[in-house]
Design a protein around this ligand. Structure first.
Ligand code: ADP
Ligand code: MG
Length: 352
């Protein structure tokens, strides 16, 4: 919702008029689910799903709070839904799985127009892209002031193929997909640009960076190939930023890491942004946040296969460092060749 799209709806279309069950019926129509594995979907006390022999289930949930994870003064609810969907799908991508089912819980002020909730679901559905994800349930509540959203995703993976944070080995190469820092730069642009009606046109770099924030890509295909072929030892999706997220792999795998600043992949548009704001682009990319790229480790002898995978899929993959013994710690080699401790600068809740 933009500020110029008033949240107050005409009485006829507000949630207060169609009510909880009217809304659920509308959502059900908007997102019909037909899959032979879904025996019961929306409409009963619980969904019933068929399990498949030889497959394991992956489950993950994410909460999105207005004022913490999104800001309706510069994002539409369609944007909010899209990003929430991607955050959820990205967790399945990081395990190497196939996303299949989604549950959505909502708490919304009564004054929100039902149409805006349909836009929210449209965004979620767009994030699912060509992956046939079925909406199989959720919960709906009123909220006194802000919008609260919780998405739960169910995925599957062939038994014992899942990529975890704990599988990295000393000597592994460290890789990352895409470019880093773009989404955070895009968020900065959205937060600081003048609000409608004084809104100016965005430059080409600004358009690119804001799109990277509003429309990130979950790396599902790459994750699945890495897992199914046993090419990766460990993986995580970058939601908080490289400098923090690599720490989860190191802690869980009991290893250290060396990252080469020179090798961190940056878009030309991030370089432009950083020059303009007198920022170090690598430092900015390390803080990152919401890139939803995949960070993974693989045996050195798989290097040519990893590079071939990048060429075949068209998804850029950069070799950015190496897994070291735990006592080495987590370090960054500067472009000048100096080795220093990797400072954790990613986003954390409850930290000022
Ligand atoms: P219960 O009283 O058992 O919690 P509800 O009346 O809350 O059931 O929900 C009725 C059905 O609608 C359930 O199948 C539930 O999963 C589904 N549902 C409720 N809210 C949503 C929502 N926001 N999105 C998708 N499905 C929903
Ligand atoms: Mg309920």
């Amino acid at each position: 919702m933009h500020r110029h799209q008033p949240r107050m709806a005409s009485k006829r279309h507000a949630l207060g008029t169609i009510g909880e069950f009217g809304l659920i019926r509308q959502l059900q129509r908007q997102w019909p689910t037909s899959s032979p594995r879904v025996l019961k979907s929306i409409g009963d006390d619980a969904a019933i799903l068929k399990t498949v022999p030889g497959q394991q289930l992956l489950l993950s949930t994410d909460a999105f709070v207005e004022g913490v994870h999104f800001d309706c003064t510069f994002q539409t609810l369609r944007d909010v839904g899209f990003r929430a969907g991607v955050a959820n799908l990205s967790d399945i991508a990081a395990m190497g799985g196939q996303p299949l089912y989604l549950l959505v819980s909502l708490a919304v002020p009564t004054s929100v127009p039902a149409q805006h909730i349909r836009l929210l679901y449209r965004g979620i559905r767009e994030a699912c892209g060509s992956h046939r994800v079925a909406l199989i349930g959720g919960d709906t509540s009123s909220s006194p002031r802000d919008i609260f959203l919780s998405l739960t995703i169910v995925g599957t993976i062939p038994a014992n193929c899942a990529l975890t944070r704990s599988g990295a080995h000393v000597g592994d190469h460290l890789y990352v997909t895409g470019t880093l820092g773009d989404a955070r730069a895009g968020l900065h642009i959205l937060q600081t640009r003048p609000r409608w009606p004084q809104q100016s046109r965005l430059s080409v770099p600004e358009q690119f960076l804001t799109q990277r924030h509003l429309r990130p890509t979950p790396r599902i295909g790459i994750g699945q190939i890495l897992a199914a072929r046993g090419m990766a030892h460990a993986a995580i999706d970058l939601s908080d930023g490289l400098s923090g997220d690599i720490g989860h792999i190191c802690d869980n795998s009991q290893v250290g890491v060396e990252i080469w600043a020179n090798a961190v992949p940056l878009s030309s548009h991030l370089h432009t942004f950083a020059r303009h704001h007198h920022l170090d682009p690598v430092d900015f990319a390390l803080r990152g946040g919401d890139d939803y790229e995949l960070l993974f480790t693989a045996r050195a002898r798989h290097h040519t296969h990893v590079m071939a995978l990048s060429r075949r899929t068209g998804v850029p993959i950069a070799w950015i460092g190496e897994i070291k013994p735990k006592h080495f710690g987590q370090r960054l080699t500067s472009p000048q060749g100096r080795l220093r401790a990797l400072v954790q600068k990613s986003y954390r809740h409850f930290v000022a």
